[in-house]
Design a protein around this ligand. Structure first.
Ligand code: ATP
Ligand code: MG
Length: 424
């Protein structure tokens, strides 16, 4: 029979990679917790209508990238292509805003029908935070600091923060007109995508990576020159807050979110290590979204950070860094040694939080040492026939290559206790 492959654009995660995932997810939770953010978990699929309204009908995501299906009840459902819309839906459904401002984080998969390539998958994972009910720029800076702390924790030096403002319902319509006036005379020269965007959503042309659009994008008017007073004050406050946090940034007028409910702040973290898919984290303020989804007008700001891309960035930054050695490889040579070591290993696993590796099959000593290397074990416990005859066990430090001997006397739990202390 032919073996079955995973769907294109999906990934299996297994050791040792899964340990990196667990560590990163743990760090996301821990950093979010420091800022007082609590976890929210929402369904993997929702009514398609939620994403049409909550992500936007004119976005690539809704136009081309959704996994949409009709369920057996005849309803149109979609696998979530991002998590914010579901979070807002849950917030409204459970009336959480009645309790005041909400600070929430999420961690989990999303689904987009995109052309698979490095850093772009059909099922991928995001860590994201959302702060609802706080209008001031402190909240924008706070969410940015969450991502910055996580990046700093992994020692990623080349990550860059780009910030911009997309204005609000007061100044953006003025900007839209200015863009139309700029692009219309060159409509013929623009890419097909951008020609289509021209009347529907000219802001999105600024986002284009198409060669034909770039010269016109470069000379386009900048919103930063047309901001209303409130948006100008908000942007200045954000930059001031980032300065106070000593978070470096570049003001980048090219980052846009072409949807009406995005307001003011938009930002991205990028890394050259990621190649073409250089954005690891994208976020901003969306003061219009809660109302768009049927709730009360509620200021909101948040980001989504791609975990696959984050781990790619970590791998590039770490280079040939070996993970630290930890735990014990228990090695028994021969049936009698195995019988003696088995309950000691069992007791070690009850007593020590570090891993105890043991391979109970009949192998040569060198094969056991290979396993110890593969497991990144720090210590080896060696019980061969000689040691057994002398009633002792060898404790080898695999890092500094040094042996110590421990008498094998007393019940397994007691031997294990001494071993645990010898192999910190
Ligand atoms: P891109 O510019 O790469 O298409 P996007 O604007 O579609 O990104 P967002 O919707 O802002 O991305 O999602 C936030 C983050 O999720 C991105 O910065 C990226 O790290 C990650 N991401 C987005 N799409 C994918 C994908 N198909 N595969 C893996 N990660 C992704
Ligand atoms: Mg995309």
């Amino acid at each position: 029979v032919n073996p079955i492959s995973a769907p294109r654009g999906t990934n299996d995660v297994y050791p040792p990679e899964s340990a990196r995932w667990n560590r990163l997810e743990g760090d996301c939770r821990e950093v979010a917790g420091r800022f007082g953010y609590g976890e929210i978990r929402t369904p993997m699929f929702e009514a398609t209508e939620l994403f049409v309204r909550g992500v936007g009908e004119t976005t690539d995501i809704v136009e081309k990238e959704m996994y949409t299906f009709v369920d057996k009840g005849g309803r149109s459902m979609s696998l979530r292509p991002e998590l914010t819309a579901g979070v807002v839906r849950a917030l409204l459904q459970h009336n959480l805003l009645a309790q005041g401002a909400q600070r929430l984080y999420y961690l989990g998969p999303f689904f987009r029908y995109e052309r698979p390539q490095a850093g772009r998958y059909r099922q991928a994972n995001q860590f994201g935070v959302e702060c609802f009910g706080v209008a001031g720029a402190e909240a924008d800076a706070e969410t940015i600091q969450i991502a910055a702390l996580l990046i700093a924790r992994y020692g990623i030096g080349d990550a860059e923060l780009h910030v911009n403002t997309v204005g609000d319902p007061v100044c953006r319509p003025r900007y839209r007109e200015a863009l139309l006036a700029h692009f219309r005379p060159h409509a013929e020269a623009l890419s097909a995508d951008s020609q289509r965007r021209l009347e529907r959503n000219p802001l999105r042309i600024l986002d284009s990576k198409d060669e034909r659009d770039l010269p016109f994008v470069a000379t386009a008017p900048k919103l930063i020159d047309l901001l209303c007073d409130e948006c100008r004050a908000h942007f200045d406050a954000l930059l001031g807050a980032l300065d106070a946090l000593k978070i470096a940034y570049v003001v980048d007028p090219r980052i846009v979110r072409g949807l009406d409910y995005y307001t003011r702040t938009v930002f991205e973290f990028t890394s050259a290590a990621l190649g073409a898919q250089s954005t690891v984290c994208g976020g901003g303020r969306y003061d219009g979204l809660v109302a768009e989804l049927g709730g009360p007008p509620t200021p909101a700001v948040g980001f989504g950070l791609g975990l696959e891309r984050f781990l790619m960035m970590v791998a590039a930054a770490a280079g040939a860094h070996e993970p630290p050695r930890e735990g014990v490889q228990a090695i028994a040579l021969g049936a009698a040694a195995r019988a003696r070591l088995f309950p000691i290993v069992a007791a070690l696993r009850e007593q020590s939080p570090r891993p105890t590796f043991a391979d109970w099959s009949d192998r040569k000593l060198t094969a056991h040492f290979k396993l110890a290397d593969r497991n990144h074990a720090r210590w080896a416990l060696i019980l061969g026939e000689d040691e057994l005859a002398r009633h002792e066990i060898v404790v080898r430090d695999l890092l500094v290559r040094q042996d110590r001997r421990l008498p094998l006397v007393g019940p397994p739990a007691e031997v294990a206790q001494v071993l645990a202390e010898m192999t910190p």
